[in-house]
Design a protein around this ligand. Structure first.
Ligand code: IYR
Length: 221
Protein backbone atom coordinates (compact mmCIF):
# COMPACT_ATOMS: atom_id res chain seq x y z
CA UNK A 1 0.00 0.00 0.00
CA UNK A 2 1.41 3.42 -0.92
CA UNK A 3 0.95 6.33 1.47
CA UNK A 4 -1.16 9.35 0.63
CA UNK A 5 0.75 12.41 -0.56
CA UNK A 6 0.24 15.19 1.98
CA UNK A 7 -0.94 18.76 1.44
CA UNK A 8 -0.60 21.76 3.77
CA UNK A 9 -3.58 22.34 6.03
CA UNK A 10 -3.95 26.03 6.69
CA UNK A 11 -7.05 27.64 8.13
CA UNK A 12 -7.53 31.19 9.09
CA UNK A 13 -7.20 31.31 12.89
CA UNK A 14 -10.18 32.98 14.55
CA UNK A 15 -9.73 35.20 17.57
CA UNK A 16 -11.17 33.73 20.77
CA UNK A 17 -14.08 36.15 20.48
CA UNK A 18 -14.73 35.04 16.89
CA UNK A 19 -14.59 31.37 17.96
CA UNK A 20 -17.10 31.96 20.71
CA UNK A 21 -19.40 33.92 18.39
CA UNK A 22 -19.20 31.19 15.74
CA UNK A 23 -19.90 28.46 18.31
CA UNK A 24 -22.85 30.45 19.60
CA UNK A 25 -24.23 30.96 16.09
CA UNK A 26 -23.94 27.22 15.40
CA UNK A 27 -25.67 26.47 18.71
CA UNK A 28 -28.50 28.88 17.89
CA UNK A 29 -29.08 27.04 14.59
CA UNK A 30 -28.76 23.61 16.25
CA UNK A 31 -31.40 24.60 18.79
CA UNK A 32 -33.87 25.25 15.97
CA UNK A 33 -33.83 21.53 15.15
CA UNK A 34 -36.71 19.46 16.44
CA UNK A 35 -37.66 15.90 15.66
CA UNK A 36 -40.75 16.32 13.49
CA UNK A 37 -43.46 13.71 12.95
CA UNK A 38 -46.02 15.91 11.15
CA UNK A 39 -44.79 16.94 7.73
CA UNK A 40 -46.20 19.18 5.02
CA UNK A 41 -46.32 17.55 1.60
CA UNK A 42 -44.89 20.71 0.03
CA UNK A 43 -41.96 20.08 -2.31
CA UNK A 44 -38.42 20.77 -1.12
CA UNK A 45 -35.27 21.62 -3.09
CA UNK A 46 -33.61 18.25 -3.72
CA UNK A 47 -30.35 20.06 -4.48
CA UNK A 48 -30.28 21.10 -0.79
CA UNK A 49 -30.53 17.41 0.15
CA UNK A 50 -27.64 16.56 -2.14
CA UNK A 51 -25.53 19.35 -0.63
CA UNK A 52 -26.42 18.13 2.88
CA UNK A 53 -25.36 14.62 1.87
CA UNK A 54 -22.07 16.05 0.58
CA UNK A 55 -21.63 17.59 4.06
CA UNK A 56 -22.44 14.20 5.64
CA UNK A 57 -19.90 12.53 3.37
CA UNK A 58 -17.22 14.94 4.62
CA UNK A 59 -17.39 13.21 8.02
CA UNK A 60 -14.37 11.35 9.37
CA UNK A 61 -14.50 7.57 8.99
CA UNK A 62 -12.42 4.59 10.03
CA UNK A 63 -9.36 4.37 7.72
CA UNK A 64 -11.23 6.85 5.47
CA UNK A 65 -13.32 3.98 4.11
CA UNK A 66 -16.45 6.17 3.96
CA UNK A 67 -18.69 3.17 4.64
CA UNK A 68 -21.98 4.84 3.75
CA UNK A 69 -24.56 5.08 0.99
CA UNK A 70 -27.49 7.49 0.82
CA UNK A 71 -30.71 6.81 -1.11
CA UNK A 72 -33.07 9.73 -1.73
CA UNK A 73 -36.62 8.46 -2.24
CA UNK A 74 -39.21 10.84 -3.69
CA UNK A 75 -41.20 8.34 -5.81
CA UNK A 76 -44.67 8.10 -4.19
CA UNK A 77 -45.01 4.40 -5.08
CA UNK A 78 -41.73 3.54 -3.33
CA UNK A 79 -42.62 5.71 -0.33
CA UNK A 80 -45.93 3.82 -0.13
CA UNK A 81 -44.12 0.47 -0.16
CA UNK A 82 -41.75 1.66 2.56
CA UNK A 83 -44.66 2.88 4.69
CA UNK A 84 -46.54 -0.41 4.34
CA UNK A 85 -43.48 -2.48 5.27
CA UNK A 86 -42.49 -0.18 8.15
CA UNK A 87 -46.02 -0.18 9.59
CA UNK A 88 -46.13 -3.98 9.44
CA UNK A 89 -42.95 -4.24 11.50
CA UNK A 90 -43.89 -1.41 13.83
CA UNK A 91 -47.33 -2.92 14.48
CA UNK A 92 -45.66 -6.10 15.68
CA UNK A 93 -43.13 -4.11 17.71
CA UNK A 94 -45.76 -2.03 19.50
CA UNK A 95 -47.98 -5.08 20.00
CA UNK A 96 -45.73 -7.56 21.74
CA UNK A 97 -42.12 -7.23 20.56
CA UNK A 98 -41.18 -4.18 22.63
CA UNK A 99 -40.93 -4.87 26.36
CA UNK A 100 -43.20 -2.94 28.78
CA UNK A 101 -40.31 -0.77 29.98
CA UNK A 102 -39.63 0.41 26.42
CA UNK A 103 -43.29 1.18 25.77
CA UNK A 104 -43.41 3.16 29.04
CA UNK A 105 -40.31 5.14 27.99
CA UNK A 106 -41.97 6.02 24.66
CA UNK A 107 -45.43 6.77 26.07
CA UNK A 108 -44.65 10.48 26.74
CA UNK A 109 -43.78 10.90 23.03
CA UNK A 110 -47.13 9.42 21.93
CA UNK A 111 -45.60 7.45 19.07
CA UNK A 112 -47.41 4.42 17.71
CA UNK A 113 -47.17 1.99 14.79
CA UNK A 114 -48.77 4.37 12.31
CA UNK A 115 -46.17 6.02 10.06
CA UNK A 116 -48.09 8.22 7.60
CA UNK A 117 -45.14 10.62 7.53
CA UNK A 118 -43.34 8.05 5.34
CA UNK A 119 -45.76 8.95 2.54
CA UNK A 120 -46.43 12.58 3.37
CA UNK A 121 -42.84 13.81 3.67
CA UNK A 122 -41.67 14.85 0.19
CA UNK A 123 -38.40 12.92 0.53
CA UNK A 124 -36.95 10.06 2.53
CA UNK A 125 -33.20 9.72 2.88
CA UNK A 126 -32.31 6.12 3.62
CA UNK A 127 -28.79 5.78 5.00
CA UNK A 128 -27.07 2.44 4.53
CA UNK A 129 -23.89 1.31 6.22
CA UNK A 130 -21.44 -0.73 4.17
CA UNK A 131 -20.44 -3.54 6.50
CA UNK A 132 -17.57 -4.22 4.12
CA UNK A 133 -16.48 -2.79 0.78
CA UNK A 134 -16.30 -4.56 -2.54
CA UNK A 135 -13.18 -4.11 -4.67
CA UNK A 136 -13.47 -3.95 -8.45
CA UNK A 137 -12.65 -7.69 -8.63
CA UNK A 138 -15.37 -8.49 -6.07
CA UNK A 139 -12.93 -9.06 -3.17
CA UNK A 140 -14.13 -7.97 0.27
CA UNK A 141 -12.51 -4.85 1.76
CA UNK A 142 -12.67 -4.63 5.56
CA UNK A 143 -14.35 -1.51 6.94
CA UNK A 144 -13.52 -0.18 10.42
CA UNK A 145 -15.65 1.57 13.04
CA UNK A 146 -18.62 1.36 10.70
CA UNK A 147 -21.30 2.29 13.24
CA UNK A 148 -19.30 5.18 14.63
CA UNK A 149 -18.45 6.48 11.14
CA UNK A 150 -22.01 6.31 9.82
CA UNK A 151 -23.37 7.75 13.08
CA UNK A 152 -21.08 10.78 12.76
CA UNK A 153 -22.07 11.20 9.10
CA UNK A 154 -25.75 11.10 10.07
CA UNK A 155 -25.09 13.78 12.68
CA UNK A 156 -23.53 15.99 10.02
CA UNK A 157 -26.48 15.23 7.72
CA UNK A 158 -29.12 16.19 10.29
CA UNK A 159 -27.20 19.39 11.13
CA UNK A 160 -26.86 20.32 7.45
CA UNK A 161 -30.53 19.66 6.66
CA UNK A 162 -31.50 21.70 9.72
CA UNK A 163 -29.23 24.56 8.60
CA UNK A 164 -31.02 24.42 5.23
CA UNK A 165 -34.30 25.07 7.04
CA UNK A 166 -35.60 21.53 6.58
CA UNK A 167 -37.26 19.36 9.19
CA UNK A 168 -36.22 15.76 9.78
CA UNK A 169 -37.18 12.69 11.74
CA UNK A 170 -34.64 10.09 12.83
CA UNK A 171 -36.78 7.04 12.21
CA UNK A 172 -35.64 3.51 12.97
CA UNK A 173 -38.38 1.05 12.12
CA UNK A 174 -37.28 -2.25 13.57
CA UNK A 175 -36.17 -4.52 12.03
CA UNK A 176 -35.25 -2.49 8.91
CA UNK A 177 -34.26 -5.31 6.56
CA UNK A 178 -37.20 -4.51 4.27
CA UNK A 179 -35.38 -1.36 3.11
CA UNK A 180 -32.61 -3.45 1.54
CA UNK A 181 -35.18 -5.41 -0.41
CA UNK A 182 -37.43 -2.54 -1.51
CA UNK A 183 -34.46 -0.40 -2.53
CA UNK A 184 -32.60 -3.37 -4.03
CA UNK A 185 -29.33 -2.75 -2.25
CA UNK A 186 -26.31 -5.08 -2.48
CA UNK A 187 -25.58 -7.63 0.25
CA UNK A 188 -22.74 -5.63 1.84
CA UNK A 189 -25.17 -2.83 2.79
CA UNK A 190 -27.40 -2.71 5.87
CA UNK A 191 -30.04 -0.05 6.55
CA UNK A 192 -28.83 2.32 9.28
CA UNK A 193 -31.32 5.18 9.50
CA UNK A 194 -34.46 6.33 7.70
CA UNK A 195 -34.80 10.11 7.59
CA UNK A 196 -38.04 11.71 6.35
CA UNK A 197 -37.26 15.27 5.21
CA UNK A 198 -39.62 18.16 4.53
CA UNK A 199 -41.20 21.21 6.04
CA UNK A 200 -43.19 20.86 9.23
CA UNK A 201 -46.96 20.78 8.67
CA UNK A 202 -48.66 24.10 9.45
CA UNK A 203 -50.36 22.44 12.44
CA UNK A 204 -47.19 20.59 13.53
CA UNK A 205 -46.68 20.35 17.28
CA UNK A 206 -43.67 18.92 19.10
CA UNK A 207 -43.29 17.81 22.69
CA UNK A 208 -42.09 20.49 25.10
CA UNK A 209 -38.93 18.60 26.08
CA UNK A 210 -35.84 20.08 27.67
CA UNK A 211 -32.25 19.14 26.92
CA UNK A 212 -29.86 18.46 29.81
CA UNK A 213 -27.95 21.61 30.75
CA UNK A 214 -24.16 21.77 30.43
CA UNK A 215 -23.76 21.45 34.21
CA UNK A 216 -25.28 17.97 34.00
CA UNK A 217 -23.16 16.69 31.11
CA UNK A 218 -19.77 18.43 31.22
CA UNK A 219 -16.92 17.86 33.66
CA UNK A 220 -13.80 20.03 33.67
CA UNK A 221 -10.60 18.62 35.08
N1 IYR B 1 -39.10 2.65 16.07
C1 IYR B 1 -40.35 2.95 16.76
C2 IYR B 1 -40.19 3.11 18.23
C3 IYR B 1 -39.39 4.22 18.73
C4 IYR B 1 -38.28 3.96 19.49
C5 IYR B 1 -37.55 4.96 20.05
I1 IYR B 1 -35.99 4.51 21.26
C6 IYR B 1 -37.92 6.30 19.85
O1 IYR B 1 -37.18 7.33 20.41
C7 IYR B 1 -39.04 6.58 19.10
C8 IYR B 1 -39.76 5.54 18.53
C9 IYR B 1 -41.06 4.12 16.11
O2 IYR B 1 -40.49 4.75 15.24
O3 IYR B 1 -42.20 4.41 16.47
Amino acid sequence: MTTYPTVPYIRERLSHEESIAAARAFLDTALLRRTVREFSGDPIPIEALELAIAAAASAPSGANMQPWQFVIVTDPAIKQQIRAAAEKEEYDSYNGRMPEEWLRALAPLQTDWRKEFLEIAPALIVVFKEEYGLAADGAKVTHYYVNESVGIACGFLLAALNAAGLATLTHTPSPMGFLREILQRPKNEKPYLLIPVGYPAAECRVPDIQKKGLAKIVSHL
